[in-house]
Design a protein around this ligand. Structure first.
Ligand code: ADP
Length: 317
């Protein structure tokens, strides 16, 4: 009988460490088999490039999970010359995402750290990004747009219940599954336990999606994610035709957002309930802004929110 690997064992496993492999291809982490997270390059086949992101290129491919099972997957290939710090960020993103299992959150299957380039293996969201779907499909009706909002609220409720602050909720970071269900993706900026960033670090962040308290004090929280969720809803109902505050530079938008006097207005024809939720997301005072449970309750009153995880560690091992 093998003992279970703990989170610390995993974290202590160095990114570039050569990991021993058992005869059936299972990787051994500190002598403990970890079939479910570390994946061998030879079990992956990359087929078509889907796009490029901050970490490198993304491909659709297949993963030979076992002799009997091959899965369609999305593979993120780590950029060639990456600093150790960036590599660690990459693995951190993967390890964080791996704990989650919800239909509205992109599933991470594992990482392939054995050879360069390192890869992260994700659930393949066959519908592509929400942004391109909205921009390229005419006549998406309000019911479908509302369904995207509900799916997003479900996914965010699940993540918030696991102490995750996403920090980059936006249409470009939402993907669609085979039944057109929205899946929250891109945890590159998520950190479960850090809620304050230095203001100069905000320079490279997406200003027009950020909350007043983030822009003025560098504060991130579930409530700042709720603000960004309001911006996502605005993108959904404007069908991603323009960026938010289309006539403003980032600096002008920043001043508007911090003042709290110029919230984004839902476009003509937006369902009343969506207008209401957006107004609540854009409340300047965080204490008066709802949490994701409240957002989901308004969008889908009869629905029970996904259960919270009290013991976060149990999700990590
Ligand atoms: P990064 O997080 O490195 O910035 P992205 O997540 O933005 O990279 O990925 C770039 C593109 O690849 C996206 O626009 C999307 O179209 C595609 N993509 C990423 N992940 C998936 C996935 N799991 N399923 C399908 N397509 C994906």
């Amino acid at each position: 009988m093998c003992k279970k690997a703990t989170l610390t064992d995993l974290i202590n496993t160095h990114v570039n460490e050569k990991i021993p492999v058992m005869a059936d291809g299972t990787l051994l982490i500190k002598g403990v088999p970890r079939p479910e997270f570390y994946i061998l390059h030879e079990h992956l086949e990359l087929k078509k490039k889907l796009g490029s992101g901050a970490f490198g290129e993304v491909f659709v491919g297949s993963w030979k999970k076992s002799d009997a099972e091959t899965l369609d997957v999305a593979v993120k290939k780590l950029k060639g010359m990456m600093h150790k710090k960036e590599k660690n960020e990459f693995v951190k993103e993967a390890k964080l995402m791996r704990r989650f299992d919800h239909k509205n959150v992109v599933k991470v299957y594992g990482v392939a750290p054995q050879e360069e380039p390192m890869m992260i293996i994700l659930e393949f969201a066959s519908g592509g990004s929400l942004q391109s779907k909205l921009q390229n499909t005419p006549d998406i009706n309000n019911d479908r747009l509302l369904n995207y909002c509900k799916d997003g609220a479900r996914g965010m409720c699940y993540l918030a219940g696991r102490q995750v602050i996403h920090r980059d909720i936006a249409a470009r970071n939402c993907l669609l599954g085979k039944n057109d269900e929205l899946k929250i993706s891109d945890f590159g900026l998520s950190v479960a336990d850090r809620s304050l960033v230095k203001l100069d670090k905000l320079k490279n962040m997406p200003v027009k999606w950020l909350s007043p308290e983030t822009l003025s004090k560098g504060e991130f929280s579930q409530k700042s994610d709720v603000w960004s969720f309001g911006v996502l809803m605005w993108e959904i109902f404007t069908r991603c035709k323009t960026n938010p505050y289309p006539n403003d530079t980032n600096q002008e938008a920043r001043i508007k957002i911090i003042s709290g006097n110029h919230p984004l207005k839902a476009p003509e024809g937006t369902p009343v309930i969506a207008v209401k939720v957006m107004e609540l997301c854009f409340i300047k005072e965080t204490k008066d802004r709802p949490e994701f449970e409240g957002v989901l309750k308004l969008l889908s009153p009869s629905e029970k929110p996904p259960p919270k995880a009290d013991n976060f560690e149990t999700y990590a091992t």
